[in-house]
Design a protein around this ligand. Structure first.
Ligand code: MLT
Length: 275
């Protein structure tokens, strides 16, 4: 299958020419807007590109209208998503970039690194992990995919509006709970199901990190319950040249709960990637 035209690429910021662009991959079940808090804070005036992953945000639903709801084309897989990211970047004239992703976006970034290593000048892993799901987690994802398709609504994932925040911000930042809920409600059930099935099928990519000798940053909220600090330490141990940022009083959505340290870590990664 071809992945050309599968994704919509957003230019969040047009920076100085001749610099490596920063590509930001969003988490589940969100879209590029989750990166906007970080974009303006990034030092070094980089160009910032953010695709919407298959079926999310402004990306087309595709031609596979499974269950009549519209779904991204093809078998759900993060490899398809990674190839689509590489294709949309190539189409935009980008041959090399610093690639960073949050959670599901991190899984896709690791798949891009495995399948398109020449593209990746630096790697940013934010609130994510390199391990695969266990059987129980995989079964929960497949059930959730069936539920959202059967209900033709995304209500079954609305619980994530607070689960993605840290214990502190669940109470202190009702504005963020509302914002995340709005982003989730804007997504379609077919995209949610596709992504759940794709994530259920993902392999352990720790060995991909072990083989990468470029610069990397790992960022994690100290209150992240979905990809906890232990998962971040596992990433740092696998990478040869990684710096770790643990963000205090933040959960899984560090780019929104505490954008400054995330921008600073990604800015440092860009500097290191330029050498
Ligand atoms: C995300 O934030 O992208 C999700 O927590 C990823 C996942 O479900 O593993």
């Amino acid at each position: 299958m071809t992945t050309d035209g599968m994704l919509r690429l957003h230019t969040l910021r047009r920076g100085a020419p001749g610099r490596l662009p920063l590509v930001l991959l969003h988490g589940f079940p969100l879209d590029h807007r989750m990166w906007l808090d970080v974009t303006d804070l990034l030092p070094g005036d980089p160009t910032v590109l953010a695709p919407d992953l298959p079926g999310f945000g402004d990306s087309p639903a595709g031609d596979d209208v499974a269950e009549g709801l519209g779904a991204p084309a093809g078998t759900p897989s993060l490899e398809v998503a990674a190839d689509a990211v590489a294709a949309v970047l190539r189409e935009a004239g980008v041959e090399r970039a610093v690639v960073a992703g949050l959670s599901m976006g991190g899984y896709v970034a690791m798949a891009v690194l495995e399948r398109h290593p020449d593209l990746v000048a630096g790697l940013g892993l934010v609130d994510t992990k390199s391990t695969a799901d266990d059987d129980a987690a995989r079964a929960r994802r497949l059930e959730l995919a069936d539920t959202v398709l059967a209900e033709a609504r995304v209500d079954a994932v609305l619980g994530m509006r607070s689960a993605v925040l840290g214990a502190t911000n669940r109470v202190a930042r009702p504005d963020l709970v509302d914002r995340v809920e709005g982003w989730i409600r804007d997504q379609g059930p077919a995209a949610v199901a596709w992504a759940q099935r794709a994530m259920a099928a993902r392999p352990d990519r720790t060995a991909v990190l072990e083989a990468f000798d470029g610069p990397a940053v790992v960022v994690v909220g100290e209150e992240d319950e979905l990809s906890p600090p232990a998962a971040a330490e596992h990433l740092v141990a696998a990478l040869r040249d990684a710096q770790l940022t643990v963000v205090p009083r933040a959960g899984h959505m560090t780019p929104n709960e505490s954008p400054e340290p995330v921008a600073s870590a990604l800015g440092g990664l860009l500097r290191r990637a330029h050498g």
